[in-house]
Design a protein around this ligand. Structure first.
Ligand SMILES: Cc1cc2nc3c(=O)[nH]c(=O)nc-3n(C[C@H](O)[C@H](O)[C@H](O)COP(=O)(O)O)c2cc1C
Length: 309
């Protein structure tokens, strides 16, 4: 079974990915949060995330969010020059600001425009292209037409989150439409959505022998040791401490300002704390910390609580 780490903008940046890979069993491949090339330029943060030096030790695949073929091709050439071996197109982002501009899941509302875009980029892209898609904008039935568009191109793999944009991440996934994709897609299909535990992943893998992999997002935020847990490994407190230290030290080195470091670490704990089943008051101490020394004391208490289990 291949297990892929999902792109998660704002959380699963290079520090998180490298810490996960160094401290626990790594995922097979790491899909990176989207970069959004504008006027042939990237932000400082985007450049840092795709910098190969920041991705040593992980097989990382960059993702592009755009509906402009020239912007896509410019970024793909840059990524090719940096040594990447695949580029992924984001066709799933549900955020209103993205969708309003016809990007991410918003692009799915215009299958003809999407076809034109894919014709252009598949004929000129220096790298193999994979797609990360939802079923559509409003109704899962839209996927029939969307898949017929994808099937016209040599897509390296289709990662499918079987929800429509309107559903964001709520309600149940449409497994019937995932099965449709498994049968009808010319490209190998990867499943993504709502698999949070090793048991769920193993059961899904067992019952879907045709898929070419499973991608997990929030599961890795809840349990950075998720890949190892699929092989019976334990998410020990020593590994969690090392994982935390790598991210925390990285933020202090790269960002510096106390308030920003605290904000980013609290984002990590929002999911990690839930995954570890921390007491409410333990998490509250972490979230209320307004100085690094108070934060470090709260984290020490959290690790002691985990170790005591
Ligand atoms: C905070 C956050 C940021 C995300 N950023 C991206 C992104 O940059 N690109 C992308 O394709 N999907 C993004 N996603 C979607 C995830 O990759 C994934 O499809 C989603 O979380 C469902 O998978 P899961 O149920 O395993 O979490 C994001 C999701 C979350 C929760």
């Amino acid at each position: 079974m291949k297990l892929f780490f999902a792109p998660m903008e704002g959380v699963a940046h290079h520090l998180f990915r490298r810490a996960q890979a160094a401290c626990f069993r790594p995922a097979d491949e790491y899909f990176m949060p989207f970069i959004c090339p504008k006027n042939q330029s990237l932000t400082h943060r985007e450049r840092a995330d795709i910098n190969p030096e920041n991705n040593q030790g992980v097989h990382a695949i960059p993702q592009i969010l755009t509906n402009n073929p020239e912007s896509f091709l410019w970024a793909a050439q840059l990524l090719c020059d940096l040594g990447y071996d695949e580029v992924n197109l984001n066709l799933g982002c549900p955020s209103s600001t993205v969708v309003r501009k016809g990007r991410g899941a918003g692009f799915l509302a215009d299958p003809d425009g999407l076809h034109d875009f894919l014709s252009e980029v598949f004929s000129r892209c220096p790298l193999p292209i994979s797609l990360k898609s939802r079923l559509g904008m409003e109704r899962p039935e839209e996927f029939e037409r969307i898949l017929s568009v994808y099937n016209d191109f040599p897509v390296k793999r289709l990662i499918l989150h079987p929800r429509v944009r309107e559903e964001q991440y709520g309600g149940s996934v449409h497994l019937d439409w995932f099965h449709y994709a498994e049968k009808e897609s010319r490209a190998p299909v990867v499943y993504n959505g709502d698999l949070f535990t090793a048991q769920q992943i193993l059961e899904f893998d067992e019952s879907h022998p045709m898929i070419s992999g499973i991608m997990c997002g929030r599961g890795f935020l809840l349990h950075p040791g998720l890949a190892g847990m699929c092989y019976g490994e334990i998410e020990s407190v020593d590994k969690l401490e090392a994982f935390h230290a790598m991210i925390y030290d990285g933020y202090r080195r790269d960002i510096g300002t106390e308030a920003f470091v605290l904000m980013k670490m609290k984002e990590v704990w929002a999911m990690l704390g839930r995954g570890q089943g921390l007491e409410k008051k333990t998490l509250k101490h972490i979230h209320k910390a307004s100085r690094l020394d108070a934060y470090e004391a709260a984290v020490k208490a959290a690790m002691e609580e985990i170790a005591a289990r």
